[in-house]
Design a protein around this ligand. Structure first.
Ligand SMILES: C[S@@+](CC[C@H](N)C(=O)[O-])C[C@H]1O[C@@H](n2cnc3c(N)ncnc32)[C@H](O)[C@@H]1O
Length: 276
């Protein structure tokens, strides 16, 4: 049997929490990231958002659950939890709390939440089923778990460019080396079933970047992140790319976003499981 404590020790969060990463995550809103599960979430539910990051989605969920519902956001990074708490305080959101916790072992009582939500977290875990089993444990009977994960292997990019091919290769290798899975989306149903969720509902949506501002944002943030965030440092440390190649990848993204007909899309896989 796997000892999850040793698994956690080997695990590393691929993106880290550089400003460029947290800024990208702060742009996320529940109207898009949780659209698949929002109709199931109603006041007075108590919801756990695991791996909540800087909290913009969590805050939207808290507002969605008014007047009597509430949300608890957890993340194992003290930095993003502090940022999330500050944002909620600034906005005057009162039905929300944030705590530094590990999804594998949250420490909350069994059957203490009506809903659990996770966005782009399981792909970074070396034992996603263990995390989902913890979600199952803290859910009340009849409670629901909604998770959304990207699948980098189901992406379409135009125009094709060797530097972007190198980016995908480096990204996948770093994620794998850190214990994660860049192709998490296609495995989400399998993970839910293995965690005990019978017959989960699976849907997909896409992230599409074709309009000028979207291209600028998507290409620009990767041009920055590959050079300045932890993914670039790890790519060099693990021997998957050198500094010159990272510079070329960065320029590749900048050239791509200016190219005539530039287009990028990939699928997001969504799962909803119920605890019977
Ligand atoms: C890609 S971010 C997603 C943040 C947010 N859910 C969103 O979609 O914007 C993944 C988050 O999961 C957190 N994380 C990774 N492993 C974790 C663990 N074992 N327990 C709790 N949080 C974890 C990271 O610190 C990071 O903030």
């Amino acid at each position: 049997m796997t000892d999850y404590r040793s698994v956690i020790k080997q695990e590393k969060y691929t993106h880290g929490h550089h400003e460029s990463v947290v800024a990208a995550h702060s742009a996320r809103r529940a109207s898009e990231t949780a659209a698949f599960v929002l109709p199931e979430l109603k006041s007075p539910m108590r919801l756990l958002d695991f791996g909540c990051g800087p909290g913009t989605i969590t805050i939207d969920l808290a507002e969605h659950l008014l007047p009597n519902g509430s949300v608890l956001g957890i993340d194992n990074s003290k930095k993003v939890i502090t940022q999330a708490r500050n944002l909620a305080a600034e906005l005057g959101i009162e039905n929300i709390e944030f705590e530094v916790r590990n999804i594998y072992e949250t420490g909350y009582s069994s059957a203490s939440f009506d809903a659990v939500y996770g966005h782009q977290v399981l792909q970074h875990l070396s034992d996603p089923v263990k995390a989902l089993k913890e979600a199952w444990r803290v859910l009340k009977s009849g409670g629901i778990c909604g998770v959304r994960e990207v699948d980098w292997g189901a992406s379409a990019v135009f125009p094709s460019d060797q530097r972007l091919c190198k980016f995908f290769d480096v990204y996948n290798k770093v994620a794998k080396r850190n214990g994660g899975d860049a192709f998490a989306g296609r495995r989400l149903k399998h993970w839910f079933i293995n965690a005990g969720f019978i017959d989960p509902t699976i849907t997909t949506s896409t992230w599409t970047f074709a309009e000028q501002n979207a291209l600028k944002w998507w290409g620009g943030q990767w041009a920055d992140r590959i050079l300045n965030s932890e993914i670039g440092e790890q790519a060099i440390e693990y021997g998957f790319a050198n500094q010159q190649e990272l510079k070329e990848i960065s320029q590749g993204w900048l050239d791509w976003l200016e190219a005539e007909g530039a287009f990028f899309a990939f699928i997001q896989v969504e799962a909803i499981g119920m605890k019977f």
